[in-house]
Design a protein around this ligand. Structure first.
Ligand SMILES: CC(=O)SCCNC(=O)CCNC(=O)[C@H](O)C(C)(C)COP(=O)(O)OP(=O)(O)OC[C@H]1O[C@@H](n2cnc3c(N)ncnc32)[C@H](O)[C@@H]1OP(=O)(O)O
Ligand SMILES: CC(C)C(=O)C(=O)O
Ligand SMILES: [Mg+2]
Length: 503
């Protein structure tokens, strides 16, 4: 199966997205991750735009080895000189030059006749060719251009040395069928286009960027330009992760592959989010928080029985550990019982029935139902677990210039036993001191803290999960003092573990 080339323009068109500017170090980090992801081409920037852009493109050219590194340039000698200076150190450099070809752009923006635009395009491709073998030529606003005019300009720039022809939907105006026919018409009228790569670059103004890219691929495009998380000018560009996973998931009809290591997708998306601070919407395909989450009872039941009922790809295939069952007002009994099992509870049928009714009432009132809420509901129904260990007293000492220490005393079988420890903060120190006393040999699997009431006097609820021999013991602790809440949660988990081991 043939691979379609993935041209990533996160660092160029993506950066044109408001709020997505990146500094040189962030761009290098992102470029290295794109290399691990396996993209074929990195468009590293628009070298003439600023000194910073030039330095970033140049640094990326020096820091990645497998992908081609491209810089954008207008059809102007000074832009091409600058682009070449920036990419010339790359193992595989590319100059990407463009000029607009639509009547609107030529008349109002460039103030040039079509003949002048052809002349500039040809001259600048020849000019760039003196520097670099690999030249991409883009006809900006191609989809609002006359296809026969495009065929003429493409034939001439290919003869002048262009090795890739890009036919962008700059303003996200076309539709899949129209784009398919448009590309077919251009191919029929550009004899030399068959010798080189045909690229597409779609914007998402009508939400059709990915669909249009896929239609173009079916019409013979061999390179797709896209960005991580779909960032880019205005409504963004075609999202890399969506294109790649569509190709991957629908190999049966699309009959193409990519060189992308899909397991790196999530990491790449999160790196970009961390760098830019721009979150992806929760329902965003592939990389959104909810892309592999199931909230409603019928779906949760289906997925618990057989994941493929509601999952067309696995979360693991994009680098996520697992899917997510979100408990809320739409959830049903199957998911509720499954969560109880995960939390280590085994209830009788009647207890489950009562707990489920209470859970539904709570879910109607509360946006998020946490594990702690479920435990609060069921803990009163399960067999009472004796408090083998109880907190007698604790003292912690911490600050930003000293090592945190904790001294904890527990009551055990009517005796007080104490120990001390240092740690990474007062809570870590306290947990270590407790472990010295109880010696469970369990590992701390998870810890979280949230407020359970509102206002200045909010109570903090700590959840501690201890793991031993594949069993999870979840402890809860509530206090207005977060250290105390955490210590109580740890002791609660220890008591559950001890109870289990003794029975
Ligand atoms: C579709 C796209 O995404 S195109 C890429 C868009 N990205 C960017 O513009 C980001 C970086 N841009 C910049 O930093 C600046 O716009 C620069 C450095 C490129 C140019 O800045 P300035 O010289 O101040 O020009 P300004 O941006 O105001 O106007 C653009 C000029 O380029 C011309 N131009 C636009 N596209 C092209 C082209 N492909 N080839 C030749 N000239 C072009 C315009 O006609 C205009 O020319 P004029 O100054 O003679 O009127
Ligand atoms: C420069 C070109 C490829 C572009 O970004 C566009 O047309 O959208
Ligand atoms: Mg663009």
């Amino acid at each position: 199966m043939k691979n379609i080339k993935i041209f990533d323009t996160t660092l160029r068109d993506g950066e044109q997205s408001p709020g997505c500017s990146m500094n040189i170090y962030e761009k290098i980090e992102m470029a290295k991750q794109l290399e691990r992801l396996g993209v074929d081409i990195i468009e590293a920037g628009f070298a003439i735009a600023s000194k910073g852009d030039f330095k970033s493109v140049n640094a990326i050219a020096k820091n990645v080895s497998t992908p081609i590194v491209a810089s954008l340039a207008r059809a102007l000698p000074k832009d091409i000189d600058c682009a070449w200076e920036a990419v010339k150190d790359a193992k595989r450099p590319r100059i990407h030059t463009f000029i607009a070809t639509s009547p609107i752009h030529m008349k109002y923006k460039l103030k040039k006749t079509p003949e002048e635009v052809i002349e500039d395009a040809v001259n600048m491709v020849k000019y760039a060719k003196k520097y670099c073998e690999d030249i991409e030529f883009s006809a900006e606003d191609a989809t609002r251009s006359n296809p026969l005019f495009l065929a003429e300009i493409f034939e001439k720039v290919i003869k002048a040395g262009a090795t890739v022809i890009n036919i962008p939907d700059t303003v996200g105006y076309t539709t899949p069928d129209e784009y398919y026919n448009f590309l077919t018409r251009i191919k029929e009228n550009t004899p030399s286009i068959h010798k080189i790569d045909i690229s597409v670059h779609c914007h998402n103004d009508l939400g059709l960027a990915v669909a249009n890219s896929i239609a173009a691929m079916r019409a013979g495009a061999t390179q797709i330009e896209c960005t991580v998380n779909g960032i880019g000018e205005r409504a963004g560009n075609a999202a890399l992760e969506e294109i790649v996973m569509a190709i991957n998931t629908r190999k049966d009809i699309l009959k193409y592959g990519t060189g992308i290591n899909t397991k790196e997708i999530m990491k790449t998306s999160r790196l970009l989010t961390n760098i830019t601070g721009v979150e992806v919407q929760p329902n965003k395909a592939i990389v959104g928080e909810n892309a592999f989450a199931h909230e409603s009872g019928i779906h949760q039941h289906g997925v618990l029985e057989e994941r493929s009922t509601y999952e067309i790809m696995t979360p693991e295939s994009v680098g996520l550990n697992t899917n997510k069952m979100v408990l809320g007002k739409h959830s049903g009994r199957h998911a509720f019982i499954d969560r109880l099992k995960t939390l280590g509870y085994e209830l009788s049928d009647n207890e489950v029935k009562e707990a489920f009714e209470e859970f539904k009432k709570l879910a109607d009132k509360k946006k998020n139902v946490y594990d702690g809420d479920i435990e609060a509901i069921v803990s009163k129904r399960v067999t009472h677990i004796p408090n083998v260990y109880e907190l007698h007293k604790f003292v912690t000492n911490s600050g930003n210039t000293i090592t945190s220490t904790a001294s904890v005393t527990l009551n055990f079988e009517d005796k007080n036993i104490g120990d001390i420890s240092d740690g990474d903060g007062p809570i870590d120190a306290a947990f270590k001191a407790i472990e010295k006393i109880v010696n469970t040999k369990a590992t701390l699997e998870d810890y979280n803290l949230h407020s359970v009431t509102e206002g200045k006097d909010a109570q903090g609820e700590a959840i501690v999960k201890l793991k031993k021999n594949e069993n999870i013991f979840t402890g809860r602790g509530i206090s207005t003092d977060v250290v105390e809440a955490s210590i109580k949660a740890y002791i609660n988990a220890v008591n559950k573990l001890v109870y289990e081991e003794r029975n």
